[in-house]
Design a binder for this molecule. Structure first.
Ligand code: AMP
Ligand code: MG
Length: 491
């Protein structure tokens, strides 16, 4: 079997999905395959890059054991309720048990229409597929829980948007594609049975150790909420630590597994400014950098509300219990955020003044319009003897930082930490997926069919903490004229 499928979601009742095969495409061509990820999935990397592998990733060939479905969900998009969404341009081929013992979904994105396509064509243009490949793999290398990219292929067919663009398909891997919106769909249908089944499915799959034997179904729902909140708090804190702005934190884009998904209008912040927002459709800045933790809390409230019917038998009790549970989210986030910032500053212990130290550094970055990533990287280099490949030519601190630097050094001296610099250099990346480079690679591929920059980006981003042998161009912040201020949804 080319892909060792072991499917469980299709064993849920049929109202959870529609059976749907991918639509064949004219002329599949490989953009890039991910041999390391293939190995994790017990898929032969040589097969993946073969004609059969490429045809499979394009949806032209169904491997043995695949049971393709489109899943149904609902969701709040920019705060507005949408009762009927679902995989409109994605098809779940099935699940695979990885060599790490974890279960993974294998999904094709851009593989044709499904019953949930509404007005859409079910297709994906090349640009968004490239962006998702680059950023999701970079996030994985940065240690952030995320969906992954197994392969990207061109379809040989045009996709019609405001302009005619080359079409592509992304083979996406995630621990599951179950979203807050999946729960919301069944809650809105008042389908308590489905909610209970989904609670069990998600707990077994993602939080098998959370539930004690014999736990009641009500307590299971509450445990699920708590686990998801903790995972989400950690996830969003990890985004804040690297300046990642998701851009569409709609409830249909929040996975219960705690992985990042849907790299549509996402981007990394260059100059530190917490009001940064990239998405062309986010006019109010709802999903700006500084709002991500608050929105995550809002999203958790949507999950809690969807779980109300299964949290307690009496609705008023359930609402009280859910509210109390939700109140824990800010502390979960703060915890993750404080310890994340501590690591970024090279601190192994916690002092009361550390939060102020961190805030003052960020305020200085903002006031002097410094680059978020390079500033923390430079700080790491200054914490000891700088490595040969360093960012000294790309980042520095004006004299306004002198006072802060002295405070930081004094604080560092309170700890005897021989691994500090190594820790800082493996916490603060030198290379992130810079928006201007992603855009440049998309233009080169779309207009000339040239994937050189795309491939170099993916290669360099696989080792984001190491500048050795890397052209400094990939670490540099954009020049003012290179800054890309807006990104567009991948639709
Ligand atoms: P997104 O904003 O990418 O999370 O997508 C929101 C919803 O729109 C999901 O249900 C998608 O499946 C659907 N959708 C987005 N683009 C397309 C498309 N080109 N064809 C069909 N459905 C789409
Ligand atoms: Mg989505």
């Amino acid at each position: 079997m080319s892909v060792p499928f072991n499917n469980t979601y299709v064993q849920l009742p049929e109202r959870f999905y529609s059976r749907q095969s991918p639509t064949k495409v004219e002329n599949p061509g490989l953009i890039r395959a991910n041999p390391e990820l293939a190995q994790l999935l017990d898929i032969d990397p040589a097969w993946l890059s073969s004609d059969d592998g490429i045809a499979t990733m394009a949806g032209n060939l169904l491997p043995e054991g695949a049971d393709p479905i489109a899943t149904v969900y609902a969701g709040h998009q920019f705060g507005s309720w949408n009762p009927q969404l679902g995989d409109g341009r994605a098809i779940l081929l099935g699940e695979v048990i990885g060599t790490d013992g974890e279960r993974y979904d294998l999904q094709l994105k851009g593989s044709g229409q499904t019953p949930y396509s509404r007005m859409g064509d079910g297709r994906a243009p090349l640009g968004p597929v490239m962006r998702e490949y680059i950023v999701s793999e970079a996030m994985a290398a940065l240690g952030v829980p995320t969906s992954r990219s197994l392969a990207a292929v061109t379809t040989g067919e045009p996709v019609y948007r405001e302009e005619t663009l080359p079409g592509a398909v992304l083979a996406r891997v995630a621990k599951s594609h179950i979203r807050i919106g999946t729960f919301q769909f069944f809650a809105s249908k008042e389908d308590k049975e489905a909610l209970g089944l989904l609670v069990n499915h998600v707990l077994e799959r993602h939080y098998p150790n959370a539930v004690e034997a014999g736990a009641s179904s009500n307590s299971k729902a509450l445990m699920l909420l708590d686990e998801v909140m903790q995972a989400q708090a950690k996830l969003v804190a990890s985004w804040q630590m690297i300046g990642f702005i998701h851009g569409v934190m709609n409830t249909d884009n929040v996975l219960l597994s705690g992985e990042t998904i849907d790299y549509g209008p996402c981007a990394f912040m260059d100059t530190y400014n917490p009001d940064t927002v990239f998405s062309s459709i986010d006019h109010g800045g709802r999903y700006a950098y500084r709002n991500q933790p608050g929105i995550a809390h809002w999203n958790m409230a949507c999950l809690a509300q969807a779980l109300v019917p299964v949290i307690a038998d009496k609705e008023e009790n359930a609402i009280e219990i859910a509210k109390d549970a939700l109140d824990k989210f800010p502390a979960y986030f703060l915890d993750a955020n404080v310890s994340g910032m501590q690591r970024k500053l090279g601190l192994a212990s916690h002092h009361d003044d550390d939060e102020i130290l961190a805030k003052d550094f960020l305020d200085l970055l903002e006031a002097h319009q410094l680059d978020f990533t390079l500033s923390f990287r430079r700080l790491s280099e200054l914490s000891g003897t700088a490595p040969t490949a360093n960012v000294s030519s790309l980042a520095g601190f004006p004299s306004a930082f002198d006072g802060w630097m002295a405070r930081w050094k004094t604080r560092l001296d309170t700890e005897d930490n021989p691994t500090r610099q190594q820790d800082m250099l493996s916490t603060n990346p030198a290379i992130i997926p810079r928006n201007h480079l992603i855009e440049e690679s998309i233009v080169a591929a779309t207009t000339e069919g040239n994937f050189d920059l795309f491939n170099t980006l993916v290669d360099n981003l696989a080792t984001p903490y190491d500048l050795t042998g890397v052209d400094v161009r990939f670490a540099k912040r954009p020049k003012p004229e290179q800054v890309v201020r807006q990104t567009f949804c991948g639709t």
